[in-house]
Design a protein around this ligand. Structure first.
Ligand SMILES: [Zn+2]
Length: 244
């Protein structure tokens, strides 16, 4: 960002600071020069032109993404796998390697031929049975999103975690006030969390909810359907001979 933008903002901020420090002084406190210096330095850092270590583009304000030994821009960060969550712990070389893989993944997406689709609630599991590969994506236009194409042989396990949430059911007394039953009554709701363990250099697991936002009640139709869906996903992704 050029200084022409920076100057008016700094001036505005300086006025605000003067006003702030006057109010402070009336309370017997004095904002020190050191504090002003620090604030000015912070502003300078915010406006300083930063360069992405990967693509060399200028990083916009609030666009900086830290990596272990440097920084990258939002555009490069967006190209990383959505299942990758170790950016801050990754070195520049590892990020570059992954971006190379992500680039080559585009060809795998083009060649991907969906022969079976499973509905995972919040995501779709697309399978290319002939190639022994699958994609997990929440996007309808998944071909444009460069989703990771994963080999079925990379799946090392699937776990279905069912989380229970208890909600109390109330009654109304004769005055219309909400009161507890005696003893209290509850309704139980469930989240079906699927964790797929994957042997990949970039991510270890893929997690999603099999129920579609709404938590089914215990043993209701929705509960049984979700349970069935989870089982189907497991069976489709786990190849014979793989130990759960
Ligand atoms: Zn970049």
């Amino acid at each position: 960002m050029s200084d022409s933008y920076k100057q008016p903002l700094l001036e505005k901020f300086a006025f605000w600071l003067m006003d702030f420090s006057e109010k402070f002084e009336t309370k017997g406190l004095k904002a020190t020069d050191k504090a002003f210096d620090k604030i000015e330095k912070d502003i300078d850092n915010l406006f300083e032109n930063k360069i992405c270590d990967v693509c060399g583009d200028k990083i916009k304000i609030f666009g900086k993404r830290k990596i272990l030994d440097g920084k990258i821009c939002k555009k490069c960060d967006d190209k990383l796998s959505p299942f990758f969550c170790d950016r801050r712990q990754s070195k520049l070389e590892q990020i570059k390697e992954q971006l190379n893989y992500r680039e080559s993944n585009k060809a795998a997406v083009s060649a991907f031929n969906v022969t079976r689709t499973l509905n995972g609630g919040t995501v779709k599991i697309l399978i290319d049975e002939d190639a022994g590969k699958f994609i997990i994506s929440s996007s309808r236009k998944w071909r444009n999103e460069n989703p990771d194409v994963i080999k079925l042989s990379q799946v090392t396990g699937c776990t279905n975690d069912v989380d229970e949430i208890r909600k109390e059911i109330y009654q109304k007394d004769k005055n219309g006030n909400k009161t507890s039953y005696k003893p209290p009554r509850y309704k139980y709701y469930y989240d079906f969390k699927m964790i797929i363990y994957v042997n990949s250099p970039w991510f270890d697991e893929i997690t999603f909810l099999v129920n579609d936002g709404i938590m089914p009640v215990y043993r209701g139709g929705e509960y049984k359907d979700t349970e069935k869906k989870a089982q189907e996903i497991k069976e489709a992704l786990i190849q014979k001979g793989v130990i759960l």
